[in-house]
Design a protein around this ligand. Structure first.
Ligand code: ADP
Ligand code: ADP
Length: 226
């Protein structure tokens, strides 16, 4: 559980391109904020900076009470779900979910308990011995979420986690992620192109365009009174 603050954060890539400019965004503890905007506007870059996968050029980032400008990704108490899921193809579902805990040196018995409990929560317990290629798209998506959940992160970042699902599954998964957010009580930052997702999932929507944050408001105010 943690408040997340972007303070005047700018990202200029090595080739000179400014992908995010002077971003100020204050996200409350346990809040669910949806980041929207056209392709290339800087949404993924913003998540990656927060996760520590991309350095900030200037400004400050805070997670909870900590300034994390230079903190390595593993010390940020964040888990990220990628659009592509990024599952390890040669590992079983169990191994995919356990991997980050193994790296952290979590004892085997605790690891097993945490993986099993996350799998149960997501309804993927029967799939723990399968390889990713033996799963449907919807099942893979759950494994990707499960891999994040087992780490008990303070902050969940999701980059278009549902965009590879068909329309029907997407609606179902939307409701499941909303329930998960309420149950876990963690801070969620969620990137999407999909207006229906943004409308129904977030308590606030942050609208970006060309690297600049245009508006942060409730779904009603963003979409009904533009
Ligand atoms: P979004 O997630 O909103 O689609 P991104 O954050 O992925 O946008 O990208 C923002 C802009 O930064 C895009 O114009 C993209 O091409 C550019 N960009 C992303 N990564 C790099 C990089 N490593 N080097 C240079 N430019 C990049
Ligand atoms: P997404 O669809 O999630 O926004 P992209 O397909 O734009 O991601 O980018 C995938 C990867 O390529 C990212 O790691 C991003 O940093 C990198 N990338 C994107 N645009 C550029 C660019 N113009 N130059 C170099 N790397 C880029």
């Amino acid at each position: 559980m943690a408040r997340v603050v972007f303070e005047q954060v700018t990202k200029q890539y090595d080739n000179g391109y400014v992908a995010v400019k002077d971003l100020n965004l204050d996200i409350g503890d346990q809040e669910f904020v949806v980041l929207v905007g056209p392709s290339g506007c800087g949404k993924t870059t913003s998540l990656r900076m927060l996760a520590g996968l991309e350095e900030i050029t200037s400004g400050n980032l805070y997670i909870g009470d900590r300034q994390v400008n230079q903190a390595p990704a593993k010390d940020r108490d964040i888990a990220m779900v990628f659009q592509s899921y990024a599952l390890y193809p040669h590992m079983s579902v169990f191994e995919n979910m356990a991997f980050s805990l193994e790296l952290q040196g979590v004892p085997k018995a605790e690891m097993r308990d945490r993986v099993q409990s996350a799998a149960k929560q997501l309804g993927i317990e029967p799939l723990l011995d399968r390889k990713p290629k033996q799963l449907s798209g919807g099942q893979r998506q759950r494994v990707a979420v499960g891999r994040a959940i087992v780490r008990n992160p303070a902050v969940f970042l999701m980059d278009e986690p549902l965009s590879n699902l068909d329309a029907k599954l997407r609606v179902q998964a939307r409701a499941e992620l909303s329930r998960l957010h309420q149950k876990l009580g963690t801070t969620f930052i969620y990137v999407t192109h999909d207006q229906a997702e943004a409308m129904t999932m977030g308590s606030r929507i942050a609208v970006m365009n060309q690297g600049i944050l245009q508006q942060v408001d409730t779904p009603q105010n963003v979409y009904e009174h533009p």
